[in-house]
Ligand binder design. Structure first.
Ligand SMILES: NC(=O)C[C@H](N)C(=O)O
Length: 338
């Protein structure tokens, strides 16, 4: 039987970093050299793989929408030659990239698994080896037709993830959607949760461009001027991180400012600050007032999914009302509306 073949793109991030005088930084060819020196990657049961190191390699804190586009275009260019794709990425903005790719790679029928590590591959106790080894193995053996994130033995739907631990190995969670797979002594595959295959679909890459989007975390006593100032800038959308099920202070000036912004065509999305659960603006008068000001529910989306979905939708020629409607429905499995 011919071995499956996986394309690995190394974009940067800790997994291939080395210590420098200014802290850890990615170094060209270092990751590829480390992998070549590790026999387990060439075990009989492992797929064939190639590693393409991007240039320059970046810490994911430097990722931009143009980088998301470059990764999506790269996958499209190699799509017919490989059975699956592993994107090696820094953990800091990994959930943003996984979310963005889920909206951009339309009609995807092969696994795209984003992973990385908290300790560089070359260092003692690195989590990089397990993460990369498992990502390659899963990409070759498990039929996931969507963008996933693998970390610490768990395979998540990419656009449901968020980074929850700054320095632990358990760095990612998917607070509102179950795991797709868990790698223990046995690999437990929750096949019912994955996106369904449709062989009729062909991969298309959506084009996205950088968009001015504000994100405001509400806090008790927050001043309306903060919103006025943010909404003065050329923002096209505002994400409100609200209390509980989507509540905000019922200040008349704040509601008026939001309503005026809504009428100017700014898309305002309500997300909860809570890690788990969803927005329900019918629950309390404080949430209902936001709905009446024109604020759109983001239901149980992560901030990462909401921000990248807005980038995707604002890059189309849709009207603000069409975008508001699209924010409330699932495009790539990123939300549960009821
Ligand atoms: N663990 C990591 O990869 C963190 C690193 N700063 C990055 O996001 O590129």
């Amino acid at each position: 039987m011919t071995k499956r073949s996986i394309y690995v793109a190394y974009t940067g991030g800790t997994i291939g970093m080395q210590k420098t005088d200014h802290g850890f930084a990615p170094v060209a060819n270092f990751l590829t050299g480390c992998v070549k020196a590790m026999p387990e990657f060439y075990h009989d049961e492992m797929p064939d793989f190639v590693i393409n190191e991007y240039s320059p390699l970046i810490d994911s804190a430097n990722m931009k929408p143009t980088d998301w586009q470059m990764i999506a275009n790269d996958i499209k260019a190699k799509y017919d030659q490989y059975d699956g794709f592993v994107i090696l990425h820094g953990t800091d903005t990994m959930a943003f990239t996984a979310s963005a790719l889920s909206f951009m790679l339309q009609g995807l029928q092969k696994p795209v698994i984003v992973t990385g590590s908290q300790i560089p591959l070359a260092q003692l106790r690195s989590d990089g080896q397990t993460n990369l080894l498992n990502a390659l193995y899963i990409a070759a053996n498990y039929p996931v037709a969507e963008v996933c994130l693998f970390f610490n033995n768990k395979l998540f739907r990419g656009n449901r993830t968020t980074k929850v631990h700054a320095d632990g190995f358990n760095a990612f969670a998917s607070p509102n959607f179950p795991l797709l797979l868990e790698a223990g002594i046995k690999i437990r595959w929750h096949a019912g949760k994955r996106a369904k295959f449709d062989p009729k679909l062909e991969l298309q890459v959506a084009k996205i461009s950088p968009q001015p989007i504000g994100v405001v975390t509400l806090y008790p006593g927050i001043n309306t001027e903060i919103f006025e100032n943010i909404l003065l800038q050329p923002v096209k959308a505002l994400i409100l991180l609200t209390f509980g099920v989507g509540n905000a202070p019922q200040t008349p000036e704040l509601l008026k400012t939001l309503k005026q912004a809504h009428e100017r065509g700014i898309v305002i999305v309500n997300l909860t600050q809570c890690l788990q659960g969803r927005v329900n603006m019918d629950g309390y008068a404080t949430g209902n007032a936001l709905a009446e000001a024109g604020v759109t529910s983001g239901y149980d989306m992560t901030t990462e999914a909401t921000l990248t979905k807005l980038h995707y939708l604002l890059s189309t020629d849709m009207t603000p009302d069409e975008i508001r409607a699209a924010m409330k429905v699932s495009i790539a499995g990123e939300l549960t509306a009821d």
